[in-house]
Design a protein around this ligand. Structure first.
Ligand code: UDP
Ligand code: MG
Length: 323
């Protein structure tokens, strides 16, 4: 292998790890098997997102024996979006493939992705043919994408797979999106360029459990909406106008009844209900606005997206684009 090939392999696999001690070795074994007979140079860039189990020691062990296995260990749990960004920052490959280590994405598909990209695409994203997730996950996912696409106009396919390949040019454009609260799928769509999709199988998790519970998924949905759409703010204004028209109409009606027919409004119930109703709507709308203000707060602080604790088989000072 020449030096050039060693420092710039044809393919980088970017793989985030968060408590994946049960999967990581099997993942490497399957990747090795899938790429063994292929004339392609590759590296596996693992980004550890603060696992406290045996994930890191296992990767270190493998990295010692094989310098194509690299590790970026983040200083704590940063969330998957930050971890992916770290991986893209330090991967050296001409092409980069993103995939999860739980073997839900099949390593056999790596070469299919690579060949598809060679046809002249900057991004080839996988679309799941089938989906091996729990009913609640699938239901939530369906709701999430329908709602999100409506609000943002992004048109992201709902059965989007994590697995995708892109080239260095795409990666460097991706890294220019410097926002702190990162909704990766949205940024991928915004980068644009020549892109296509490819059907890919989706399997059950090899071992371990999903790290995303309903709470995390809802937080992601909120982040996605506030970073890609200002429609909720328009909704706030719309609701205000709508309520104003109703109350003006109702007020006018009450005045006419009093002046012309001398019938005064009676009833505490209606008063009570309407105060509660308008009050609740105000609180909800304040919450929506608060969400956007909170985002501005996070962005203005401009904290680093991730902090690297240590890097193995990789020079952390040599960032993306350095030749
Ligand atoms: N992950 C991460 N940081 C987190 C949570 C998850 O890097 O805070 C990684 C995790 O190691 C896995 C990937 O994100 O590689 C997908 O997670 P998981 O398989 O649990 O989610 P699912 O496939 O069920 O959506
Ligand atoms: Mg998974």
């Amino acid at each position: 292998m020449t030096d050039k090939a060693a420092s710039h392999p044809e393919l980088s696999l970017i793989v985030c790890l968060y408590y994946e001690e049960e999967c990581v070795e099997e993942f490497v074994a399957q990747v090795r098997a899938a790429l063994k007979d292929q004339a392609i140079t590759y590296e596996i860039v693992f980004v550890d997102d603060g696992s406290q189990d045996r994930t890191v020691p296992l990767v270190l062990e493998m990295a010692e024996r094989d310098d194509r296995i690299k590790l970026i260990q983040l200083s704590r749990n940063h969330g998957k979006e930050a971890a992916i960004t770290a991986g893209i920052t330090y991967a050296r490959g001409e092409h980069m493939i993103m995939m999860d280590p739980d073997l839900q994405d099949p390593p056999e598909a790596i070469m299919d992705f690579y060949r598809k990209a060679q046809e002249g695409y900057d991004l080839v994203f996988g679309v799941r043919k089938t989906r091996e997730d729990s009913l609640s996950t699938r239901l939530f996912s369906k709701l999430f994408w329908t709602f999100l696409n409506r609000l943002t106009g992004l048109d992201i396919p709902e059965n989007l797979s994590v697995m995708r390949i892109f080239n260095r040019q795409f990666a460097s454009e991706f890294l220019k999106y410097a926002e702190r609260l990162r909704f990766i799928e949205g940024i991928f769509m915004l980068v644009g360029m020549r892109r296509t999709s490819m059907a890919v199988a989706h399997h059950k998790r090899f071992a371990g459990v999903s790290k995303f519970n309903v709470k995390k998924r809802i937080a992601l949905a909120l982040k996605a909406i506030t970073s890609f759409s200002d429609k909720p703010i328009h909704l706030a204004i719309g609701t205000g106008i709508w309520l104003l028209s109703i109350s003006l109409g109702y007020g006018l009606w009450a005045v006419i009844r009093k002046v012309f027919f001398n019938v005064a409004l009676t009833g505490w119930t209606s008063l009570f209900v309407s105060i509660l109703f308008v009050g609740s709507i105000q609180i909800i709308l304040l919450g929506i606005i608060g969400n956007y203000v909170g985002r501005i707060y996070s962005e203005v602080k401009a904290r680093p997206v991730f902090t690297v604790f240590r890097a193995i088989n990789i020079d952390p000072d040599e960032e993306f684009g350095d030749e």
